[in-house]
Design a binder for this molecule. Structure first.
Ligand SMILES: C[S@@+](CC[C@H](N)C(=O)[O-])C[C@H]1O[C@@H](n2cnc3c(N)ncnc32)[C@H](O)[C@@H]1O
Length: 349
């Protein structure tokens, strides 16, 4: 036993646990609008409580923790707390290109699901998607939306050859659309296309319809409850599987179906979490520990609960996607773009 290494690891553990504690505090601040309230200007606990309709004593404790965590600045001269513009961009503004509060929402959902996951480890059974805590659905929507808003219609679709310029009058399908974040962005970016979102989770389809109405695009985006391998054929020019393929019990059947219902010149866009094929290289990526957690809590159990039970996992890597595309009969599977969060593939018939 090397005492120095014990010290180092104890520090590493404390950093991890403090991160989890701070994550719980982010969820509280996010839900109560405390970050948005503080983004309006420096405040004492009483001022922030008044701005957000909350109780001063609780807000004082929350602000103290956030100052200790380095998220907010404490100004002793005025006894006020302040949020920098940069932190506000990450935590207070859902429309910002760097908004990341959704990652804490996801963590909330994972903690709430620990008991059922522990049971699943013992039985080996899956956990159907609808059994997850609602924070998992909401966290998935909020976490991935930031990347979609930044890249889906401006980078990823233009990277597919001959697709962006042919979407007027075309039909686009969003498979496993969840709360419909991407479908709404597609409808906004391509107003002359018809967008159809499919998901087998009825509650998610209900939320997606609400999101489309709020965004004023209900006239050109329709949501229906349907499975990834049996949604209706419609000569789709673009079929999107966004952070969904690895959640499916039978991802190959979903790609076979996509190939069957795709227009002759159409493309399938598969967006998966960023991963390397080589395991050692993959775990060196700082995002991998987060991704494997999501995979353990949501993706592997979702897939294991469905016929096929392929359980690809969220970190399967480009080779696994390429193999699946080839088995489903696609002639090409090309990695067209990569971000620290996502790998983006184009599949052609
Ligand atoms: C990780 S979420 C991604 C949601 C959405 N694409 C997004 O990025 O926000 C995966 C989605 O796939 C859906 N799903 C899982 N298995 C499915 C299946 N066999 N058929 C249809 N949808 C499925 C789930 O209900 C969930 O909404």
């Amino acid at each position: 036993m090397n005492p120095e290494k014990i010290d180092q690891f104890a520090q590493q553990l404390l950093t991890a646990v403090t991160g989890a504690a701070t994550t719980a505090m982010i969820v509280v601040g996010d839900r109560l609008g405390l970050y948005r309230g503080l983004a309006a200007g420096p405040a004492t606990p009483a001022e922030l409580a008044a701005r957000t309709g909350t109780a001063e004593r609780y807000v004082r404790e929350w602000l103290s923790q956030q100052a200790a965590a380095g998220f907010v600045e404490y100004r002793p001269q005025t006894q006020r707390f302040a949020l920098s513009d940069e932190v506000a961009a990450v935590l207070a503004d859902p429309e910002s290109p760097v908004f990341m509060a959704g990652s804490a929402t996801l963590a909330h959902g994972w903690f709430a699901g620990i008991d059922q996951l522990v049971t699943a480890f013992r039985t080996g059974e899956g956990i159907p998607w609808h059994m997850q805590h609602p924070a998992v659905f909401e966290g998935t929507e909020r976490f991935f939306r930031t990347g979609y808003a930044a890249s889906l219609t401006s980078d990823w679709i233009p990277a597919l050859s001959g697709i962006a310029e042919n979407l007027a009058g075309a039909v686009i399908a969003d498979i496993g659309c969840g709360h419909g974040a991407a479908s709404v962005l597609l409808a906004q970016a391509f107003p002359e296309a018809e967008v159809r979102g499919f998901d087998f989770h009825p509650e998610s389809i209900g939320v997606a319809r609400k999101r489309a109405a709020e965004a004023g695009v209900s006239d050109r985006v329709r949501f229906e409850v349907a499975g990834a391998a049996d949604y209706p054929a419609d000569g789709y020019t673009l079929i999107c599987l966004l952070d969904t393929l690895h959640d499916l019990g039978d991802p190959e059947a979903a790609l076979v179906h996509a190939r069957r219902v795709l227009a002759p010149n159409g493309a399938v866009l598969v967006v998966e979490p960023h991963a390397e094929d080589d395991f050692a290289a993959n775990i060196a990526n700082p995002m991998a520990a987060l991704s494997y957690t999501g995979s353990t809590f949501q993706c592997v159990p979702a897939s294991l609960s469905q016929p096929g039970a392929a359980a690809l996992g969220a970190q399967a890597g480009p080779k696994a996607v390429t193999r699946l595309a080839a088995s489903a009969g696609f002639s090409t599977c090309r990695l067209v773009s990569q971000t620290p969060v996502n790998g983006v593939f184009e599949l052609r018939r």
